[in-house]
Design a binder for this molecule. Structure first.
Ligand code: UDP
Length: 423
């Protein structure tokens, strides 16, 4: 049976007031906007409470909206595994994978959404008016259940630069009904020419610099944390943090590591991808393939089971890893944005990323990071950067500055508040 689960958020890293301290004018702007929206209820809906960029953003966005006085809620859809197998397939098809949905799959997807829609309509009855923000395609057909006193926003976080045409056509009647569609990058507007320009918006994602994942940790503390997990902080470390998923390119990163290790024999590779996201049933099979590829190399450290963590959260481990590694790797071959790139750049780390729409948005090649086209090129840059500390530091400094300018959550909050006034 499908359901909508209300997420309780007791802890917030810091209110938007703190976030805005360096820029009080933006804070005043956010407050003024919030005042206009105050009477409306804001409902965010997505498909997992943890594991993945959308959950990461909502974990900060919802409490920050509340701290501005908005009545914001976060609902997560719950459904049987078969539903998430189909929605992951839809996600893959929209990101350009070949294939098609069978009529049985389409019907199952729609029937679960009808069931969820009924629950949503019931839930919304208690509020006078507001905004429903549906994040990503899993619950996209629920547009049919959103009443007139609520405006409807579709927030697509995925890479929509070359979607599978038949899948997009299947979803088109639902997408076209939203009051507003928000994407992360201008490339993703191209497949949507049938939506009026005034109903399309681009908002770049952002990170919460005060969260456990992004707060400042000293290099010494970071080294201490990773040493607890068998990683040697005195030897070179490269790290990738991504759900185990064919799009995330873990096998290409291992290939690059093996090539680089010929030149840097004590090189270590850490790959983190905890099985957390309920909407990603492919993780276990992807991980098995990667483990085979890693062939039991003692210098490859794989993190996948949350039970591997002793007395710290995954956020702290990821934070420490970003701080203690010499280089962070973004291996994705398709990436809507790539919050992990932002997180690593915020720690002043040089990121070597495969060229994707998301990485091109964040990395200006050789200025604040490195963009590469293949595992071979990735290996060359790993070796070069490990031998050139000054270049690493220079790239890292620029990386941090560009996150500070473009990708912190205070700007994201204001961009979103403006959209809540859509009708
Ligand atoms: N992440 C995490 N644990 C993991 C893997 C990833 O907390 O084991 C986080 C990561 O730090 C980032 C988000 O999940 O905040 C991934 O976002 P991204 O946009 O890079 O990819 P997505 O998973 O949304 O496709």
């Amino acid at each position: 049976m499908a359901n909508l689960k209300k997420i309780k958020l007791d802890s917030i890293s810091k209110s938007v007031k703190e976030h805005q301290k360096p820029d009080p004018e933006t804070y005043r702007g956010a407050l003024a906007l919030a005042k206009k929206i105050k009477r409306k209820t804001i409902i965010h809906i997505n498909s997992t409470q943890s594991g993945g960029g959308v959950a990461e953003i909502l974990r900060s966005q919802v409490p920050i909206e509340k701290s501005l006085g908005l009545k914001s809620h976060w609902l997560v859809i719950e459904a049987e595994r078969e539903f998430f197998v189909i929605t992951k397939k839809i996600h893959n098809l929209l990101q350009g994978k070949a294939g098609f949905l069978s009529s049985k799959e389409k019907e199952f997807y729609l029937s679960v959404n009808r069931e969820l829609g009924k629950k949503l309509a019931e839930f919304l009855k208690q509020f006078k008016n507001g905004v429903v923000v549906i994040h990503d395609p899993q619950s996209l057909p629920m547009i049919n259940a959103i009443p007139d006193n609520f405006s409807s926003l579709l927030r697509l976080h995925i890479d929509l630069s070359s979607p599978n045409p038949s899948t997009l056509e299947f979803l088109r009647p639902f997408i076209a009904n939203y009051d507003l569609v928000i994407v992360s990058n201008k490339d993703y507007l191209l497949p949507l020419p049938w939506i009026k320009k005034s109903k399309l918006k681009i908002i770049y994602p952002a990170i919460d610099s005060f969260s456990d994942k992004n707060k400042s940790i000293s290099p010494e503390a970071a080294k201490g944390i990773i040493a607890e997990y068998g990683i040697n902080p005195t030897k070179p470390i490269i790290a990738q943090v991504s759900r185990f998923d064919p799009w995330k390119g873990q096998s290409g990163v291992i290939q690059a590591y093996y090539l680089a290790k010929n030149k840097i024999p004590d090189l270590q590779l850490v790959q983190v991808g905890f099985f957390e996201a309920q909407d990603d049933p492919e993780a276990a099979s992807s991980f098995k393939r990667i483990r085979k590829h890693a062939k039991g190399d003692p210098d490859i450290h794989l993190f996948y089971n949350p039970k591997q963590l002793k007395n710290i959260s995954d956020d702290i481990l990821i934070n420490a890893l970003c701080v203690a590694s010499q280089i962070m790797i973004q291996g994705s071959i398709r990436e809507g944005f790539g919050l992990i790139t932002t997180e690593a750049m915020w720690k002043g780390k040089p990121v070597i990323a495969r060229v994707t729409s998301g990485s091109r948005l964040q990395i200006k090649n050789k200025k604040n990071g490195i963009l590469v086209a293949s595992p071979e090129e990735m290996a060359e840059w790993i070796v070069y950067l490990l031998k050139n500390e000054k270049t690493r530091e220079k790239l890292g400094r620029s990386a941090k500055k560009s996150v500070e300018r473009n990708f912190l959550i205070s700007r994201y909050i204001v961009d979103n508040l403006k959209q809540y006034l859509v009708k």
